[in-house]
Design a protein around this ligand. Structure first.
Ligand SMILES: Cc1cc2nc3c(=O)[nH]c(=O)nc-3n(C[C@H](O)[C@H](O)[C@H](O)COP(=O)(O)OP(=O)(O)OC[C@H]3O[C@@H](n4cnc5c(N)ncnc54)[C@H](O)[C@@H]3O)c2cc1C
Length: 447
């Protein structure tokens, strides 16, 4: 009999695991079970759809029929998993029982909404799925001011989308800087002042106290101040969705997500669970920079983990290395990117870092259209190893942050980066010596 593989979740992690399992085992019976109505789309594009780039239909890449016809994968949409019997190897759904030989859990995360008065008032939204996007779109047509709670990258992308739609926008952030935790304060200040220039108001260093209104949102209260608004978007972070892992009594790690081995298998009471694999926002994994666990919560990480989980679920052999988690965000004309540790994270892990910052342009100084480029590198003082980098730029941040990530992943010292990592050059694409190398020089001079 062919192997029966069930994947729970149709996000980036789940669908990647299912498609990978198909490549590894052409004979397996593969079923994806998902609560979602829409599958195979990237939630990352929701802010742009809200400001009019494309439509909801155009961001859905494949239908369940595509998976059935092209990949021989059954996708059961709008089907909630309500139980798992690990002894009998049976998944319980609202529609009945499904037997499995291998199970992949890719149940993602849910937006954490602070438990404040008024959080359930009509007009309060979070952003995670296409249906969230559609609900926001419907409501925003009726209002002229929006409060965004949380100044992480999703909150900032949403803030600018709302500005582009002509709304008055306030962003409320309990930390004193935007993009807390993963971006250093000096670069965060550049991002905030760019957005202020676009008309976004910030209320920093104060948590939201309440959402106020009679029957629907009329205002928010923060730091004793009332800000009138017609809607509130909670961009307050993501928590692993642990409903299914709890059914299997899997070990939950210190970061509030399922602990997974490099084979992407979970543990129960410290022992590896056979025939169960994990991927995506529901897991914590090993950091590729420091010993210990981290949360990646990125679509790109979900895909990498899905490949490992799907391979192993189908009987292949793959290992997930630690994550460095490069990220990039486009906020209007500004690109912001980071990789590895920020100064705050380095401090959290007890790593003494030296920074090097350089400024220049994305093209040769004389070539028209060049944009300002700021690169920071963070280097461990004792080993000279590069442990983090950040970029604020007008263009081309992705290629540079990937290049810096390669240096971090390979444990390269800052001196070796500056010496051996050559850059390609053409006047419309970079300066003759790239600004990232100058940032490395600045750090090396301090060591
Ligand atoms: C607005 C926004 C912008 C983003 N931008 C970026 C970006 O630019 N770059 C980047 O790398 N990442 C970005 N991300 C993060 C990225 O989208 C997530 O990390 C990624 O989608 C996680 O994928 P996942 O498969 O783990 O989880 P999800 O996509 O959350 O999928 C979870 C799946 O599990 C299913 N499920 C859960 N419980 C059950 C159950 N009991 N029964 C059945 N099904 C269940 C759900 O229905 C869903 O299909 C963004 C996220 C958002 C919301």
């Amino acid at each position: 009999m062919s192997k029966r593989i069930i994947v729970i979740g149709s996000g980036a992690a789940g669908l990647t695991a299912a498609s990978t399992a198909r490549r590894v085992d052409p004979e397996a019976s593969i079923t994806v079970v998902t609560e979602d109505e829409h599958i195979a789309y990237s939630p990352c594009v929701i802010p742009w759809v809200l400001e009019g780039v494309g439509g909801w239909d155009s961001i859905v890449m494949h239908s369940p029929a595509f998976y059935k016809d092209e990949r021989g994968i059954d996708v059961m949409i709008q089907t909630k998993v309500t139980g798992v019997d690990d002894e009998r190897k049976v998944l319980v759904t609202e529609g009945g029982e499904l037997p499995y030989d291998s199970l992949v859990i890719a149940t993602g995360g849910t937006v954490f909404v602070p438990p404040i008065p008024g959080k359930d008032l009509p007009g309060v939204f979070s952003v995670r799925t296409i249906n969230d996007g559609k609900r926001i779109q419907e409501w925003m047509g009726e209002v002229d001011s929006v409060s965004i709670v949380g100044a992480g990258v999703i909150g900032l992308e949403m803030a600018l989308a709302m500005r582009h739609m002509g709304k008055k926008v306030s962003v409320i952030e309990m930390f004193p800087q935007v993009v807390p935790r993963i971006l250093d304060a000096d670069l965060a200040e550049m991002v905030q002042s760019y957005l202020e220039g676009q008309g976004v108001e910030f209320v920093m260093g104060a948590p939201i106290a309440s959402v106020d209104g009679d029957g629907k949102v009329e205002a928010v209260t923060v730091g004793g101040r009332r800000i009138d608004c017609g809607m509130v978007i909670m961009a307050t972070g993501v928590r692993a969705n642990l409903e299914v892992p709890r059914m299997l009594e899997l070990d939950i790690g210190e970061l509030g997500a399922v602990r997974a081995s490099p084979s992407m298998q979970p543990y129960r009471k410290g022992r590896l669970v056979r025939n169960v694999y994990m991927a995506g926002d529901v897991v914590m994994c090993e950091s590729g920079v420091v010993p210990g666990p981290t949360m990646s919560q990125l679509g790109s990480s979900a895909v990498r983990q899905g490949i490992v989980a799907g391979t192993n679920a189908a009987g292949g052999s793959a290992m997930h290395p630690g994550v460095v988690s490069p990220w990039v965000s486009v906020i209007g004309d500004m690109q912001v990117a980071g990789t590895g540790l920020s100064k705050g994270l380095a401090e959290y892990y007890g790593i003494d870092v030296v920074e090097g910052v350089a400024q220049g342009y994305t093209r040769a100084r004389y070539y028209p259209g060049g944009k300002k480029l700021v690169v920071k590198v963070l280097v461990e003082r004792s080993s000279h190893r590069m442990v983090g980098a950040q970029i604020v730029s007008g263009e081309e941040a992705t290629g540079r942050i990937n290049w810096l990530t390669a240096a971090i992943v390979t444990g390269t010292t800052v001196e070796d980066f500056a010496t051996y990592f050559e850059n390609a050059y053409c006047p419309p694409t970079s300066m003759v010596r790239d600004v990232a190398l100058n940032a490395a020089d600045r750090a090396a001079e301090k060591l």
